[in-house]
Design a protein around this ligand. Sequence first.
Ligand SMILES: [Zn+2]
Length: 373
Amino acid sequence: MESSFTITRIRGIPIGVHYTWLLALALMSSSLAAQYFPSTHPGWPRSQYWIVGTLAALLLFVSVLLHELTHSFVAQARGLKVHSITLFIFGGVSNIQSDSEDPQDEFLVAVVGPLSSLVIAGLCWLGYQAVPGSTGPANALLGYLWLINLMLALFNILPGFPLDGGRVLRAILWGTSGSMVKGTRWATYVGQAVAFGFIGWGVLQVFERDFLNGLWIGFIGWFLNSAAEATRRQVEAQETFRGITVARVMQANPPMVSPALPVRELVDEYILRRGLRAFPVARDGLVVGLITLSDVKHLPVEQWDANTVGAIMTKPPLKTVGPGAELRKALDLLVTEDVNQLLVVEDGAVLGVLSRGDVMRFLQMRHDLGLDR
Ligand SMILES: [Zn+2]
């Protein structure tokens, strides 16, 4: 998630905080201090409400973090990579490697989240019961925490993808139908239905003049709806790539250029004449770099005659991919490494170049031929 800063790392997982989280923290603290605690625990000095209110809001986010950490730990235990956890205004999100091939992984990773919130709620409830009739801050905090964690568990178990309950539903549909795409399609439709339920509920609240609550609930619905739709689109797009290997899309046997070649000549004889954007640079048959259109663009035109390819090329380590790799994986690599092309290498030999343009052209051709319907 953009605009977030990392506060710490737990088991190698960066824990990030999005700037909207600060807004949520301020809103939560003030509503707890001004309304909630004065109603449940009357008679405190004003400053105490603010201290306990802020503490309660922080502990709510600790609860959310614990919930996300259980998702992440189970994911790690199942051999999935966890990229990060981010806290933001609607709670938390674990960024877990998404190409799991196993519905059981998805089921377990999803189901432990609400369970962890239930366990936290139970522990806080026990603590709350241990000191009956107390009117102190500890009692107030425990009373709030068991309730809010119970609500977290109940909210997350709703079958609306991308909520945990929706992921559980997807895992079950995926497991029974044997198709991840089908499971995702149905789980996201149900997710959108739940999202519209939230939006409708929000509108009702606004009509009943509870504007802030109505707006909040409506926003949650809007957020869930767009997340469900985006996931369905993404999974369907990935499906177009299924079974297609890099070798089918790459530019095979690209012309190699010498590092001693003047840049001007590269532009005239190779880039413009052949219409290619990237060439492996080889000396005595050994690849020593990659020269691309963007390397050339960074050099002013006046200097094209005086410079050679070797001076401006992208030097190793170069991003490479095998010819048998799935196109989907290669595309992921292009995006995550933020490069425009990959060298296709097998047993140390360069077989081709795969660029973003090649992938786009391939998709366009398939579309024009009606193969992606
Ligand atoms: Zn969760």
